[in-house]
Ligand binder design. Structure first.
Ligand code: PGA
Length: 262
């Protein structure tokens, strides 16, 4: 059975000192409990090396929230996936906060996914719709819901274009409806599971069924310690990508415990 995964996306939060305190606390709490769940944190890039060293002998992995494809070059202000590959396990790719500002698009996301795989990092590919599918109004007599749904699947199709079949199981996909991110209004577990199930079919079209089933598809958007269990109860949901609630060690560990198979 594939291991479930809980990843913290710290976004643009924490001072250097706060970041160290947070991982020290996570490390301490992780020592007390044995959890059957993969755990990762994605701090701001400048803290990566220090935190990776602190977490070195633990089961908690470190990642980044974005990085550029390619190796080295004349790109002022950028950091490549290659540069961080030795110091990170995950790279979040195509988060809606980057897509919506034009910092990422289907092409850049696809290039980042391939670069992550080439450099043995786990890509955490984010996809999601802007408006709640069941609340969409009819436009010119036709429900726009279908269009929005197909957009989510197109995002994933584009992101994995050209990815070798053997690499499909290495993918982590995060289904994050934009309207649920940071709003305190999460998607219901059933809603999330339904979309995740369909995202799985996109992977099945790109590879053998068995390989597609090995990839992990997460939910993200206003996940907290109090609602985590309701997602963990559904087999379709292989874990969560957590924003705000990942900034408190005890809250994050409770979410991890909810997803532990033990
Ligand atoms: P949230 O963010 O948990 O604060 O809603 C999730 C995310 O953006 O990954």
């Amino acid at each position: 059975m594939k291991q479930r995964i809980v990843i913290g996306n710290w976004k643009m939060n924490t001072t250097a000192e706060e970041a160290v305190l947070l991982v020290e606390e996570l490390k301490k709490q992780a020592e007390y409990v044995e959890l059957d769940v993969e755990l990762g944190v994605c701090p701001p890039m400048p803290w990566l090396l220090a935190l990776n060293e602190i977490l070195d002998e633990t089961e908690i992995g470190v990642g980044v929230q974005d990085a550029e494809p390619g190796d080295f070059g004349a790109q002022t202000g950028s950091v490549s996936i290659k540069m961080i590959a030795e110091h990170a396990e995950y790279v979040i790719i195509g988060h809606s906060e980057r897509r919506s500002t034009g910092q990422d698009n289907d092409e850049s996301i696809n290039a980042k996914v391939k670069s992550a795989l080439e450099n043995s990092l786990t890509p955490v590919v984010c996809v999601g719709e802007f408006t709640h599918l069941y609340e969409k109004k009819r436009v010119r007599g036709r429900p726009t819901k279908l269009e929005e749904i197909s957009n989510i699947f197109k995002q994933l199709q584009q992101a994995i274009k050209g990815v070798a079949e053997k690499d499909i199981p290495k993918l982590v996909v995060a289904y994050e409806p934009v309207w649920a991110i940071g709003t305190g209004k999460p998607a219901s577990p059933e809603y999330a599971a339904e979309i995740i199930d369909r995202l799985r079919t996109v992977l099945k079209r790109a590879s053998k069924r068995k390989l597609a089933n090995e990839a992990r598809i997460l939910y993200g958007g206003s996940v907290t310690a109090s609602n985590a269990k309701s997602y963990a109860e559904l087999e379709e949901i292989d874990g969560v990508l957590v924003g705000g609630a990942s900034l408190k060690a005890s809250e994050f560990m409770k979410i991890a415990a909810a997803f532990s198979r033990q």
